[in-house]
Design a protein around this ligand. Structure first.
Ligand SMILES: [Zn+2]
Length: 205
């Protein structure tokens, strides 16, 4: 049987397509000054195994160069690099690539609550600011005369509560459940409270 030495690993194999890839040289190719008349078929000089290894090595060299690391470093970490790259490619926000999975999901949750990527950079500050805005917006009464008081003191809340004569306050004074307080009763109670306040202020002055 005709044999052939692999030009790479120097092993001797049968010179067949089982061990070597086919090489086709097209008609018209000039070899040593002669023009090839017909397509010529021969075997490649390295065995199939080495051919595969060479291809892998070429790819690894290219990847190492792209990542700006040495070939050895790439080979030692190829699996991890591959995993990271696949994780990053699946990320909706590439900005999260250096975060742990936990931090990543936390940030996604924040975005779903309406925070922007810019907000996340300074999350605690933005969160406090938003809470304050929400708190001020949701106040039951207008406290603007107190300035930018945040949070409100119990005293400020109480004084407002007593200034604004609510149905709940009247019902409490009348010893009634709020739902039993008719508009007429409320008006009556309100008048009586205003009157009492007037009298009190006259007495104390
Ligand atoms: Zn070989």
């Amino acid at each position: 049987m005709k044999t052939k030495i692999c030009g790479y690993c120097k092993e001797i194999y049968p010179a067949t397509l089982e061990y070597f890839f086919k090489r086709v040289t097209k008609a018209g190719t000039i070899i040593n000054g002669y023009v090839l008349k017909n397509d010529s078929i021969s075997l490649k000089s390295v065995c199939k195994t080495c051919n595969g290894k060479k291809t892998v090595l070429l790819v690894q060299k290219k990847r190492a160069k792209e990542l700006n690391i040495s070939l050895e470093e790439y080979q030692a970490n190829a699996q991890k690099i591959g995993r990271d790259e696949s994780r990053i490619s699946k990320l909706k926000y590439k900005e999260f690539k250096d975060l742990s999975p936990k931090e990543c999901s936390e940030n996604l949750r924040r975005i779903s609550r309406g925070y922007t990527l810019e907000d996340l950079k300074n999350f605690e500050v933005v969160k406090k600011k938003r809470l304050k805005e929400k708190y001020i917006k949701n106040r039951k009464y207008d406290y603007s005369e107190l300035g930018d008081m945040y949070p409100l003191t119990v005293r400020a809340c109480n004084s407002k509560y007593h200034q604004v004569i609510t149905p709940a306050l009247i019902a409490l004074r009348m010893n009634l459940p709020v739902k039993e307080l008719t508009p007429e009763l409320y008006e009556l109670g309100k008048k009586s409270r205003l009157l009492r306040r007037q009298i009190n202020s006259i007495i104390t002055n």
